[in-house]
Each structure stands twice: as C-alpha cells, then as structure tokens.
Design a protein around this ligand. Structure first.
Ligand SMILES: [Zn+2]
Ligand SMILES: [Zn+2]
Length: 346
C-alpha cells in the first residue's frame, strides 16, 4: 500500500480542495521535505478571494519543514532530519535573466519543471518535492513558524539591499502590513531613521512599537508635506511602497529628496493601473524610481541565516497558528487588517 499525503488546491474564489496523493520519491537532484509550517501570504489570500485567479493552483510558498529523503546525486548541506526552508520559487539557471544574476525573475519561473497535475508552489501540503537548490538548511533550534517566514523576509532583504539604504538616511515605509514592518526592522538595523505612513490606527501604533521614529497618517495632511516637515524640508532618501495602491507611488515621487529612490516593493492592484509622474522630477532632482520582486538565492541565504542566528525576532509578526485542516479559517483571518502573518502547521 502506498502512503499518501494531503495537498490543498485553490479551485475557485472561496473554494479549496484537499487532494490525497501518493508521497513522491525524490529522483536524482531532488529532495523530499515533510512540511511543518506554511505561512499565508497576500498572494494566497488573493487567490482565495478571487482577486487573482489562476485556478486550479497548488498554493503555499512560505514553507518550512524537515528534510526526510534525498534522491541520488543530490548534494545538500542539510542532513535527513534537519529543519529546512523550502524555497519553492523555481530558477532554471540557464535563461538570460538567471545568467545575469536575476534568478528572482527567471524567465521560466512560471513554467512547470516536472510532471504535475496542478501548477503552483504546492507548499500547502504535508510533503513537498524540491530540487536540491531549493533546500536551505536552517538552525534546528528555531521554530518552524519562524523558518516559514524566510521567504517574505528574503523579499525584503532584496528590497532594502537594492534600494541602497545607508546609515542616517531618512527612510519612509508606506504601509504598515507585515512587509512594511520587515522594511522597518531591516532599515533600522542599518541605522536609518524610519517614518512609517499608515492610515489604520492599530497598525500605526504597532509600527511605533516596532521602532518607527515617526508615524504619519496621509489622510490628515498631504503626504509630501508631512514627510518634508520631518526631514528638514528635504524629503526622504528612500521611500518604500509596501502597499498595493498606485497613488502611493505618485505621492512618493513628490516626497523623495534629490538623488533619492522610490522603491515599488508591493505589486500594484488592480494590475495594469497607470500612474502619472512629472518626468522633470527625474531630470531636475535625479530621482530613481525602481522596485524589486521576490528574492534571489543570496537573499534567501541571508534571510535564513538571520532567522537561524536570531538576528530578527519574528514572533511579533505571527498573529495566529492553526492546523492545516483549518486552512480556510486561516485565510479568512489573514484577510483581516488586525492580523499580520497567519501560519498553518502540518
Ligand atoms: Zn510570500
Ligand atoms: Zn531562469
């Protein structure tokens, strides 16, 4: 009798199917991970509400677990029994983007790399089959919940690295969701002065508690005016847009200092929304408008090391932990503004 495992699949807005599948055997260059925790990212939340819809989809990309089986010709730094982070993002290694050091936006990232009945990262499951390069050893003393947050942390590691934040820079983070808060923590570690922009009073208070030097509410007075008042009239050196609203990028362009960077971290919704910018801002103020998506291999390594070495405390960002069977309840909780990360455990 073959042993089976459970996997969740998004099939329609508000509908999740649980499949029962035979546990796969890792082939050459592959490893099998028994999933222990999977965090519910905004992407999964959007799949659940139907705001994004590529059905059917095997979601779950913020994954931690135990390495249980290694295929032939598979070389890992982790041993069977070790706690690992599963980086479910695929990186082909041979497309031009991968070869130019942009494996976070691999040209083949959305194509299937192995026979599968349902596309997707498939981390919302009791087991996940990975290629060797997707397995990152974590410290065995760290909780599976914390290790599951490696992926979102790695995204922010990349964002902060690419935005070239320096000590004593004035940084603004727009949006005090979990991603905004990771930007706050990482830029504070560098030694920046961080202003958080947030409308929701509970989230604003949380940002203050997490170390924000100032918190502003953009509905109270024009955003650029408030930022300038807090930066000797100069504007911010770096502004991170960590919310999905296009107008935040326009506002950031008005509030950034000469030579500063506006960094679009979050995807903008609805997709295809356009913004309007005075191009003279680039000319006369030498402003850079840029962004990042996902994380490359080095970003994942940095994030997993930070978590393993205790260089970041992730407990404040874990709002709720539920068993895998209660996934739907978890997604509903994750959608509420008073929660940060919700995690399901297997
Ligand atoms: Zn994520
Ligand atoms: Zn590639």
């Amino acid at each position: 009798m073959t042993e089976t495992y459970k996997r969740a699949v998004f099939v329609a807005p508000g509908q999740i199917r649980f499949d029962e599948l035979p546990i796969p055997k890792p082939g050459p260059g592959q490893a099998l991970v028994k999933v222990r925790a999977c965090a519910l990212c905004t992407w999964e939340q959007r799949m659940y509400t139907g705001e994004e819809h590529y059905y059917p989809l095997a979601g779950g990309h913020e994954v931690s677990g135990v390495l249980v089986e290694v295929g032939p010709f598979t070389y890992l730094d982790a041993q069977v029994g070790d706690r690992v982070m599963a980086s479910t993002l695929t990186r082909c290694g041979y497309c031009e983007s991968c070869r130019r050091g942009l494996d976070n936006i691999c040209d083949n990232a959305r194509k299937p790399f192995r026979e599968t009945d349902v596309p997707g990262p498939a981390g919302l499951a009791e087991y996940v089959l990975l290629d060797d390069y997707q397995v990152y050893k974590a410290d065995n003393g760290v909780s599976f919940e914390a290790i599951a947050l490696t992926e979102p942390l790695a995204c922010v590691v990349r964002s902060v690295r690419k935005a070239r934040v320096e000590r004593a820079d004035n940084v603004v983070v727009i949006g005090a969701g979990v991603m905004g808060m990771f930007h706050l923590v990482l830029t504070k570690q560098i030694g920046a002065r961080v202003i958080v922009s947030e409308i929701n009073p509970e989230r604003a208070a949380f940002a203050k508690k997490m170390g924000a030097d100032a918190v502003i509410d953009p509905t109270q007075a024009p955003f650029a005016e408030q930022v300038k008042a807090l930066t000797r009239g100069r504007g911010a050196d770096v502004i991170f847009c960590a919310m999905s609203v296009a107008s935040a990028v326009e506002q950031a362009m008005e509030a950034v200092a000469k030579g500063g960077r506006v960094h679009v971290y979050a995807s903008i919704h609805p997709r295809g929304t356009k913004i309007s910018i005075d191009p003279n801002l680039f000319h006369s103020k030498e402003i850079v408008l840029t962004g990042t998506m996902s994380q490359d291999k080095e970003d994942v390594l940095q994030a997993v090391r930070m978590i393993s070495e205790g260089l970041i405390d992730l407990k404040p960002f874990i709002s709720l932990v539920l068993p895998f069977e209660r996934l739907e309840e978890g997604l509903q909780a994750a959608l509420r503004p008073d929660t940060y990360r919700v995690i399901v455990t297997m």
